[in-house]
Design a binder for this molecule. Sequence first.
Ligand SMILES: [Ca+2]
Ligand SMILES: [Ca+2]
Ligand SMILES: [Ca+2]
Ligand SMILES: [Ca+2]
Length: 366
Amino acid sequence: MYRFRIIATASVALAVLFMVGASSALAEEDVTPPTFGEDTTTPESTTGGQVTFSVIVTDDVGVHNVSVEFGDYGTYYYNWTEMEGDGDTYTLDLTVPDYVVGSLSYRFHAWDVSGNNNTTEVRGVIIEDDDPPTATIVSTLPPTVDTGGIYEVIVNANDNVGVWSVTLHMEMEGVDDEPLLLPVPLQGGGQAWSATVHMPTERSGRITHHILVADLYGNELDLPEGVSDLMDTIPPDMETLIPITTKVGEEVSIVVTATDNIGVAEVRWKGLPFEPDGIYANGTFDEPGEHKVKVTVVDAAGNEVVDDFIVFVEDDVDPTVVVLQVILVLVLVVVGLFLVRWMLERRASERKGDPELEDAPEDEIL
Ligand SMILES: [Ca+2]
Ligand SMILES: [Ca+2]
Ligand SMILES: [Ca+2]
Ligand SMILES: [Ca+2]
């Protein structure tokens, strides 16, 4: 019993001695954490680009392991990875995710063989977006567009970070003052971008167009150029033609008033007995009666407007002259009748032997 107590006491004393000895021996060996030397991490990179974290770590006894903790708070990207050592240099190669942009934060952690730890302050690698957007055209201006027409342009656009703008650019040779040909911003957000595009009404010709997609950092995607022919589909406008009255042989002057969004190309006349000249028709009608005249105004694209009117052509006789002539004829007839009657009466008197006619000269003689 006594012997056992001695042994037990000795064992505890030995154990205590061993523990104290061991702990004092460890404390003497290493209480110093690892030290960080030069940080030669890639200072700046790009989305999807390469970054090499690299740092020199030393320790009085020995480095056990070194890790790099890195991430981007904005996108919840986070990682903690052990680095590979080569002598005192510890490295880790990283392909930056294409959505990480701005600053990639990092710090190093090191442990020595004794379990002492050291950590650097947080540092940053500048990451620039160098990836242009990608896009597909869902609908754009067709090969032929109408003056005053309205068209829907739709684009699906994507970017590793964010699409900033989608714009339709249009060009027509020799035209730089047409408001409807200014760049048209598509409205969107997310993937789908669209715009309603109005065509000019006072132009026609070939429009070349392309869609430019820009991301938040100025990278651009220029989609392939398209060509659309702007066709004039608006017919000319003609003032209503009113009937006119004239006389045979009298000169008439007819003017057609017509306008067109682009320009009147031709005026065609039908029913005139003389040659017109564009919008003017000056000449004479030789046939009395009603003449139907048809006028067609045509623009360069072949759009036309048609109208007609009546020309009343009177015979070239003054009504008063006609009346006077009738009166003259009547007077002549009346005078003629009187003459005939007088002659008949005179002849009748001669045959009877008019006492007045026979006696008078005798009376005079007598
Ligand atoms: Ca140490
Ligand atoms: Ca890239
Ligand atoms: Ca981008
Ligand atoms: Ca027209």
